[in-house]
Design a protein around this ligand. Sequence first.
Ligand code: G3I
Length: 321
Amino acid sequence: TASTNTVAKGIGKLYFGSATDNPELPDTAYETILNNTGFFGQITPGNSMKWDATEPEEGVFTFSGGDQIANLARANGQLIRGHNCVWYNQLPSWVANGVFTAAQLTTIIQNHCGTLVSHYAGEISSSYAWDVINEPFNDDGTWRSDVFFNTLGESFVPIALQAARAADPKAKLYINDYNIEFAGPKATAMMSLIQTLKSTNVPVDGVGLQCHFIVGEVPTDLETILQEFVALDVEVAITELDIRMTLPETDALLAQQKTDYQNVIAACKAVAGCVGITIWDYTDKYSWIPGTFPGQGAACPWDANFIRKPAYDGIIAGLTA
Ligand code: G3I
């Protein structure tokens, strides 16, 4: 059987990868597949490099969870996408509920991004890319109201990107978001942000399109959107792909899901600047979907017993067709 990462590299992509998370790693059946570089040439820590995990108190950094993932990637010879530096969610309360002057929050962002990114710098296998900015926009294209925007306006974006560039000049610096995979105000807002950053020489290398989709509702203009981002002189990556359904799963839903996976992968294949694809964990056993969307699930290409679903064949078809 063809293997996802092997086939992806064979068509010129850098990787096919998966999110993972520390609590899953004692599961040896899980880890055996994750470690297989035929399947996965890249991993993303689902939680353990986030702000609440890495700087729970101001100036107190804890890298044990992130290091476990980075060490695994190094042992396996897998790339890492660092995730993430600045996000409104999973913030420690000292940040989320803090009241700061602009100067204070600037220093806090610089210290957090700089320390986090430099901790993982210099290891080629672990420093491919960082999601420096995660989910900055509302769905209507306005800026999300959070401590960063409310204190600093949009300047929190260049502050974080410049700190990350200084900390690891070789890492690709990404802005990552969802609902930018189709034409609309949010995609437009992301495109204008990239143009502004480029025109003011702020370092930004890539846009991550998360791609948390619903069976039967995959956007049909994904390839066009990918091309439009690439035309702004950034690379793109599919960073958190999963395609959920209302349970129970049926043969018809699994067949539609296969087609949907194929179409997403084919869009990335068709765009040279789409460097890689990451699924937001590979097995339904550890998917975030049922916990967040009760009654939905079965979003991953491997089922909860680690059996490959039709979606897996859809991925291979998307890479090869
Ligand atoms: O750490 C606590 C633990 O102490 C507690 O006992 C347990 C009880 O529920 O919760 C643990 O925190 C959970 C955390 O994951 C770590 O496992 C949170 O409840 C849970 O909400 C959190 O979910 C994560 C979610 O981000 C939070 O927004 C998911 O695992 C993670 O996959 C998900 O990933 C995000 C990306 O970062 C950004 N894009 C969307 C994507 C899906 O939401």
